[in-house]
Design a protein around this ligand. Structure first.
Ligand code: FES
Length: 184
């Protein structure tokens, strides 16, 4: 093996170890430093436990996507108009009606309101695209399902709403996805 190929192989091995946390512990000395250097949040992520997300920079109208347990989730900071549209929309606009209040969340005592929903379309799993047309909040590029700003399906083949993950607000600026509410 040439020197270049040998170094490629080493790099491949390293990447394999670095991305396979469970296997990494088993191979011992090389991988353990990678695991031990992870902060508590990274270790939780690797295990699929709750993840803490700093939402302080997410302004009204903005959306971020986070990964929890290998799946994407949308965290959308709703504008006042979006909240009003969702609350005033008639049941007949939806295929899988749920009250807007049951899908809009806020930290205790905070005025800011959020939609926190799974980011895989309930038809065949594509990731919908954010749109800003009042009530309409997402359009799935695969077969055209439309969801409102709280992830309720309005049109298209998606049979059900975007799912709600378990989450709590640790504070106005910190959201924890993967943690059940106390008493839930
Ligand atoms: S996967 Fe979204 S409409 Fe088919």
């Amino acid at each position: 093996m040439s020197e270049a190929h040998a170094s490629d192989a080493t790099r491949r091995d390293f990447l394999y170890i670095a991305t396979g946390a469970a296997g990494a512990v088993a191979v011992g000395g090389v991988a353990w430093p990678l695991v031990s250097q992870m902060g508590p949040n990274e270790r939780e992520k690797a295990a699929g436990g709750p993840v803490e997300i700093d939402i302080s920079a997410v302004e009204p109208g903005m959306l971020i996507t986070v990964i929890w347990r290998g799946k994407p989730y949308f965290i959308r900071h709703l504008t006042e108009d979006e909240v009003a549209s969702a609350k005033n929309a008639p049941e007949s606009d939806f295929r899988d009606f749920a009250a807007a209040d049951s899908r809009i969340a806020a930290a205790e005592g905070a005025a800011e309101e959020w939609a926190i929903v799974g980011a895989n379309c309930t038809h065949l799993g594509c990731v919908p695209t954010k749109v800003d047309t009042g009530l309409e909040g997402w359009l799935c590029p695969c077969h055209g399902s439309k969801f409102d700003v709280t992830g309720r399906v309005m049109k298209g083949p998606a049979p059900t709403n975007l799912p709600l993950p378990p989450f709590v607000f640790a504070s106005e600026e910190k959201l924890v996805i993967g943690q059940e509410k106390a008493g839930a």
